[in-house]
Design a protein around this ligand. Structure first.
Ligand SMILES: Nc1ncnc2c1ncn2[C@@H]1O[C@H](COP(=O)(O)OP(=O)(O)OP(=O)(O)O)[C@@H](O)[C@H]1O
Length: 651
């Protein structure tokens, strides 16, 4: 409760903080000047042609090339037209063209930069290579190149400047998008079966939008300057139309006799460029602290939600998941690394299976492979990979729908599991709408009901809040609620409590256990913490170096673990008898890197029982009469060896 309160206070102050940061920016001299200048520029662009176009086009042969006077503050041009009026009137065309070029830059940059999200990594890599080549050319050179291609004139210049800016904008989009793409809420949306286009629109772009807008604003300033440059060179706006660049070019011909004719449009270009740039910089500064990719702010997420499906829709039998010889590989410098090497296990309805092992043992990759969340260039292979009787190998929309409805995933960090830009209730409702075809109202009602089911107080009000308004434990419970929007047969929870404090941890675990019991859902709980797994699970899979080395009932962990690695994991858990004045025990040595697994048993270099056979021959995972599995040549070594080996292992 206290934790919730603190987080809520922090959240509220965070929101207030965001608002006050904006106010602070407007109050800074640069921020205020940028806002005023940009506002004035836009107003001028609208009103100047209405007020002064007559004066700007009226030729007066008696007043040709006059210097500044009371009637003509900036003098007159070679036809006797008022230069100041022309500069003011040219504001509209100059700004319009700059904005148009910026729009082309943004749209083409967005298209290029998001191809990877829409069409997969391979397309993304090709696009990135093309962008990298394009970015290597100076922008002005590209603009001149395109200007020649599209022809001299306004249209050609707009296209040239827009397309010349596209590669660097596309690179920015790619960088920002790739930072969001692998975040848990995006993975959750993928598990929920949300298609790529919708993931891009609803989850990815809202989280990078502000940074893109800021950069587009700065880009508009650059486009304005580039446009002036092209018009100045005679490649942009052509008479009788005129913009600042063209006025500048005209003024420069007589700069020694009549410098104001060149200065006036020159000053206009510089001031307008600065207004856009400073505005962009000021906004960037305002949102820089909070925005970035993980920023907590306005709208929110997409969860793994889905509507009910009757029991009859499910395949027969008690088996929820069957995994045989699962392997996950990645291309690496020296060839291929395989951090998951032949994992096999099954799960029955209502069963709770824990997966333990040191960091890097392949626990998360196993879960991600089951959830179909591993993409190329990584490769997932399996002898069998069946969820509710359906073969998941090869992917496909049907599998996505099946996973979206009956599979749910709870990630480690409740802060990143939900999309910070959407309301919690909306995120829960999304998959119900997608998979169940529920109306918005029904989906929202179900979301409230599910929030209630995971013990979120005042669920109707909470459904309207954003994730940053929830405490860590509440967010994690909401994430679990998201998984309950459908009719889950399997919940995979990857370190669901690691980021939470101890009291909240036990509430979340208790909730998962309650759901498992009441709804007969299978639970795959991944954890570093063998004592948590022992409390919650029926069965434990012990992973080491990408393989299952032992599979045994959780109740037997202390009394009947046979693999020296399992024994060591148990031995290093502190208990009531652990001396508080001694450093905590650790398993000596290091787990092998996936790039260099040793021959024989991967644990042999750290194992006190290792023999010559262990070092040369990998032990098979053998099943005993009781259904327990172990991969160790010395599994039958007397159990008394545990305290002894623990001592050795915990030196
Ligand atoms: N995209 C990747 N490319 C190459 N190697 C990877 C990639 N993702 C994970 N690995 C490697 O695979 C191994 C297993 O990773 P995994 O995340 O499954 O471990 P884990 O047991 O879940 O560890 P932790 O408990 O720290 O999350 C690690 O050595 C990791 O470095």
């Amino acid at each position: 409760m206290a934790a919730n309160l603190v987080t809520e206070l922090e959240s509220t102050s965070g929101r207030r903080g965001n608002r006050s940061r904006w106010v602070t920016v407007v109050r800074t001299p640069v921020g205020a000047a940028a806002v005023i200048a940009l506002g004035a520029l836009l107003v001028l662009a609208v009103v100047a042609p209405i007020l002064w176009s007559g004066q700007a086009t009226r030729a007066d042969t008696a007043q040709m090339l006059h210097g500044p006077s009371g009637d003509h503050w900036a003098g007159t041009d070679n036809l006797g037209r008022d230069i100041l009026a022309r500069v003011l009137v040219a504001t509209r065309l100059s700004v319009e063209l700059a904005l148009l070029a910026t729009l082309i830059m943004v749209v083409s940059g967005l298209l290029l930069g998001t191809l990877g999200v829409l069409f997969g990594r391979r397309v993304g890599r090709v696009t990135a290579a093309v962008i990298n080549v394009a970015v290597a050319f100076p922008g002005l050179l590209l603009a001149l190149f395109f200007a020649v291609i599209f022809g001299i004139g306004t249209k050609g210049a707009v296209l040239a400047i827009g397309l010349a800016g596209a590669p660097s904008f596309a690179r920015l989009v790619q960088t920002l998008v790739s930072g969001v793409e692998q975040r848990d809420f995006v993975l959750a949306a993928r598990v929920a079966g949300v298609n790529r286009f919708r993931i891009l629109l609803r989850h990815v772009l809202p989280n990078v939008g502000e940074a893109l807008i800021v950069n587009a604003t700065i880009g508009a300033g650059s486009a304005l300057l580039s446009f002036a440059g092209l018009s100045f060179l005679g490649l942009g706006v052509q008479p009788p139309d005129y913009d600042w660049g063209q006025l500048l070019g005209n003024g420069l011909t007589g700069i020694f006799e009549h410098p104001v004719a060149a200065l006036a449009p020159g000053i206009a270009v510089v001031l307008a460029g600065l207004a856009f740039n400073f505005f962009g910089e000021a906004v960037a500064k305002a949102i820089g602290v909070t925005t970035t990719i993980g920023r907590i702010r306005v709208r929110v997420p997409k969860p793994a939600v889905a509507p009910d499906r009757s029991e009859a829709d499910r395949p027969d039998g008690d088996t929820v998941l069957q995994v045989t010889d699962l392997r996950v590989s990645f291309p690496a410098a020296g060839g291929v690394v395989t951090p998951v090497r032949g994992v096999s296990f099954g799960m029955a309805r209502g069963e709770t299976v824990g997966v333990v092992g040191e960091s890097g043992s392949g626990k998360s990759l196993t879960a991600l492979a089951i959830a179909q969340l591993i993409e190329r260039p990584a490769a997932v292979e399996a002898g069998r990979l069946e969820f509710l009787g359906t073969d998941l190998r090869g992917g496909g929309t049907a599998h996505r729908d099946l996973l979206g409805v009956h599979f749910s995933m709870v990630f480690q960090d409740p802060m990143t599991s939900m999309n910070p830009t959407h309301r919690v209730g909306g995120q829960l409702a999304e998959v119900a709408r997608r998979h169940g075809g529920l109306s918005r109202k029904d989906a929202n009602d179900r979301a409230v009901d599910r929030l209630d089911a995971v013990q979120i107080p005042d669920p109707r009000r909470r459904a309207h809040q954003y994730p940053h308004e929830f405490s860590g434990g509440m967010r994690q419970r909401a994430m679990i609620g998201m998984g309950l929007m459908g009719d889950p047969a399997l919940i995979v929870a990857d370190e669901p409590t690691t980021a939470l404090d101890v009291t909240v941890q036990s509430r979340v675990l208790h909730l998962l256990e309650e759901i498992r019991r009441e709804q007969n859902v299978a639970l795959l709980l991944i954890s570093h913490d063998i004592s948590v797994v022992r409390q919650v699970c029926d069965r434990v899979l012990v992973m080491y170096a990408g393989q299952i080395v032992e599979d045994l009932p959780a109740a037997d962990l202390h009394s009947a673990a046979r693999h020296p690695y399992t024994r060591a994991l148990i031995a290093v858990v502190p208990d009531m008898h652990t001396a508080l004045n001694q450093p905590l025990a650790v398993i000596p040595g290091r787990a092998p890197d996936p790039t260099s697994y040793p021959a024989g048993c991967a644990f042999a270099p750290r194992c006190p029982l290792a023999t010559a056979q262990c070092r040369t021959e990998a032990p098979p995972l053998e099943t005993d009469a009781a259904g327990r599995r172990v991969a160790c040549w010395n599994a039958e070594a007397p159990i008394e060896v545990i305290p002894e080996s623990a001592e050795v292992l915990c030196e």
